[in-house]
Design a protein around this ligand. Structure first.
Ligand code: NAD
Length: 238
């Protein structure tokens, strides 16, 4: 989910480079088309398709996942990456801004896991990778809604990992720190500088660095790892 740009796009690309067939989900037809065009420009033979089901709509998600299953016969990897921010101090945060962030960041992952785990259970294998955030571990002033959603993703990861472990399914979360994408581009230069200074490795991360971890967690090399939250944050959460 959210494979049209940023970290999601980098994951899609690395998965394709590593031989996977990928169906990326985005929020709008145009952004999905744009991402597919740019991937096809890199390699016209890459087996990649896209769809734009509403992440917050259980029926639409169920249908989109069923369509993939029907077309490909199996699904091996699910990456829950779509996410939004609607930052603001708690005192001034509207209920709508709280709900929409929870709906997309947390409930969106719940829908995909719930629908997809049915297939994973039948085939007795599957890898689920949820993109959380360092904000879900440490909290962050001005991000009560976002931090709550990302901490929720951690709880969701650990509980589903326990539920699905006996059937050979691994569920893990990645907690990126400060990564260079459109999400962080929106920040002011001064705030960015302050953030960078607080990172022990003294630099912002690249989407590809998160994608490398997502490749590892989707591969057989991580078969003995489940229910973990792996931070890729330049040391922010030490
Ligand atoms: P981004 O804004 O560049 O991309 C977000 C993606 O989510 C886009 O592809 C967008 O289409 C998709 N999306 C948003 N709302 C959606 C909806 N309603 N339905 C379907 N798709 C939707 O963000 P990013 O920086 O690449 O972030 C990707 C993930 O990583 C998010 O979950 C984010 O919270 C997390 N993260 C990012 C950072 C960072 O510093 N960039 C840090 C920690 C965690």
């Amino acid at each position: 989910t959210g494979g049209t740009r940023g970290i999601g796009y980098a994951i899609v690309k690395k998965y394709l480079e590593n031989g996977a067939k990928v169906v990326l989900f985005g929020s709008r037809a145009e952004t999905v088309e744009k991402a597919l065009t740019s991937l096809k420009a890199e390699n016209p033979d890459w087996p990649v398709e896209g769809a734009h089901p509403d992440l917050t709509n259980a029926e639409e998600m169920a249908k989109a996942i069923q369509d993939i299953q029907d077309q490909y016969g199996r699904i091996d990897i699910l990456v829950n990456n779509a996410g939004i921010t609607k930052d603001g101090l708690l005192m001034k945060m509207s209920e709508e801004d709280f709900d929409s962030v929870i709906d997309i960041n947390l409930k969106g992952a719940f829908h995909t896991i719930r629908h997809m785990s049915r297939y994973f259970l039948k085939q007795r294998s599957g890898k689920i990778i949820n993109i959380s955030s360092v904000s879900g571990i440490l909290g962050n002033a001005g991000q009560a809604n976002y931090s709550a959603s990302k901490a929720g993703v951690i709880g969701l990861t650990k509980s589903t990992a326990r539920e699905l472990a006996s059937r050979g399914i691994q569920v893990n979360a990645i907690a990126p720190g400060f990564i260079e994408t459109d999400m962080t581009d929106a920040m002011q230069a001064e705030a960015k500088e302050r953030m960078t200074d607080a990172i022990p490795l003294k630099r912002i991360g690249k989407p590809e660095e998160i994608a490398d971890l997502a490749v590892f967690l989707a591969s057989a090399k991580s078969d003995y790892i489940t229910g973990q939250v792996i931070a890729a944050d330049g040391g922010m959460s030490i």
